[in-house]
Design a protein around this ligand. Structure first.
Ligand code: GDP
Ligand code: MG
Length: 163
């Protein structure tokens, strides 16, 4: 059985970097789904022998006014509802922010399977941020470096039983 994984989290944590790594050039199908394409990018992901659909919540970065929080919330809720599993990404270099806590709240209420990922975790500079992530109450964070391709084996082992 295949599944759909949504990558959620505030802007700039590295969601699209992970999406691109999982999808490579296998960008989806979704150009013919009106309304979804711009804000939610969908792709055919490959990780080891797993094949699944991955959703990237995009379309947030360009919004800079007060509507950002509301827009992030609505878009994230849509992605969560489309997905079987959510990968909630935080930035291990900046640590946990109030916006991360807002996301954690949405996920606790709305998603059954949440994988917490502390990204940008290459090197010791990220150690504090990784520990910080435990405070979100979503279990043990997976240490990831989307940019350097680190932690993907651990992600594989978390996804495999759910597939
Ligand atoms: P998004 O807004 O969550 O989609 O984040 P992006 O994927 O656009 O990445 C935001 C910035 O973080 C970019 O400059 C990336 O190069 C950088 N970035 C992404 N992953 C990593 C990582 O694993 N380590 C570091 N140091 N930087 C990363
Ligand atoms: Mg992005």
């Amino acid at each position: 059985m295949s599944f759909t994984l949504a990558i959620v989290g505030r802007p700039n944590v590295g969601k699209s970097t992970l999406f691109n790594r999982l999808v490579g050039k296998r960008l989806a199908l979704v150009d013919d789904q009106p309304g979804v394409t711009r804000d939610l990018r969908e792709g055919a992901a490959k990780l080891g022998d797993l094949r699944f659909t991955v959703i990237d919540t995009a379309g947030l970065e360009e919004v800079t006014d007060d509507s950002l929080q509301g827009r992030m919330r609505r878009l994230t809720e849509r992605a969560v509802d489309m997905a079987d599993i959510c990968l909630f990404m935080v930035d291990a270099r900046t640590g946990i922010t109030p916006t991360d806590e807002m996301f954690a709240d949405i996920l606790r209420k709305r998603s059954s399977h949440v994988i917490l990922a502390a990204n940008k975790a290459e090197g010791r500079a990220a150690d504090g941020g990784v520990l910080d992530a435990y405070s979100l109450g979503l279990g043990e964070p997976v240490r990831l470096s989307a940019e350097h391709g680190e932690g993907l084996d651990e992600l594989y082992h978390m996804l495999r039983p759910l597939s």
